[in-house]
Design a protein around this ligand. Structure first.
Ligand code: AR6
Length: 176
């Protein structure tokens, strides 16, 4: 299978994606917040928060799964990206872990299609020019290892971030 055809960059709202799983850029409490986290909780309904409460939080770089409730997606994979503190606090490693652990968890639940937001590039302040390259690189690495995913979407909420993720994808696909 041609890996480059599996991954796409789309401008849109992640809660509207008709995929098996969407990924939430959550915080360590998993009890909701603003940004994409707030949008996902709002669209999924209050049962999502109830299930999240029982999970007891999530360390940075790890991932947890819940049902999608009122979302089109069957599953929500909650991951916690790092807060950007200048780049000397393992931020790049932790962001890579967040993508990798989300993908691994997705495979475990037989997910074939998945949509990611730009983890950490909003409230957590991770520079999008670095985050976009890491996101694309980590997804491509995962797909190379014999994944059963056939549709991996990077959902961008504005044009500025869309251009960064698209450029990162084009650049890295040309090197495959
Ligand atoms: N669909 C797709 N992308 C979105 C949507 C949406 N509906 N809404 C926002 N984005 P952020 P972070 C984009 O701040 O940086 C929360 O309060 C947004 O434009 O949501 O990982 C959590 O609880 C940006 O490009 O996530 C944490 O406390 C990207 O999603 C904290 O924010 C990520 O922005 C996590 O911060």
């Amino acid at each position: 299978m041609d890996i480059s055809g599996i991954i796409s960059v789309i401008m849109g709202d992640i809660v509207e994606q008709d995929v098996d799983a969407i990924v939430n850029a959550a915080n360590n409490s998993l009890l909701g917040g603003g940004g994409v986290d707030g949008a996902i909780h709002c669209a999924a309904g209050p049962q999502l928060l109830e299930e999240c409460r029982a999970l007891g939080g999530c360390p940075t770089g790890e991932a947890r799964i819940t049902k999608g409730y009122m979302l089109p997606a069957k599953w929500v994979i909650h991951t916690v990206g790092p807060v950007w503190k200048g780049g000397r606090f393992r931020e790049e490693q932790l962001l890579t872990d967040a993508y990798r652990n989300s993908l691994t968890l997705a495979e475990k639940y037989d997910v074939k299609s998945i949509a990611f937001p730009g983890i950490s590039i909003g409230a957590y302040g991770f520079p999008v020019e670095i985050a976009s390259g890491l996101a694309v690189g980590t997804i491509l690495e995962h797909l190379k290892t014999g994944s059963s995913l056939n549709d991996v979407r990077l959902i961008c909420f504005n044009e500025a971030s869309y251009i960064f993720y698209l450029n990162a994808l084009e650049q890295q696909v040309s090197l495959l």
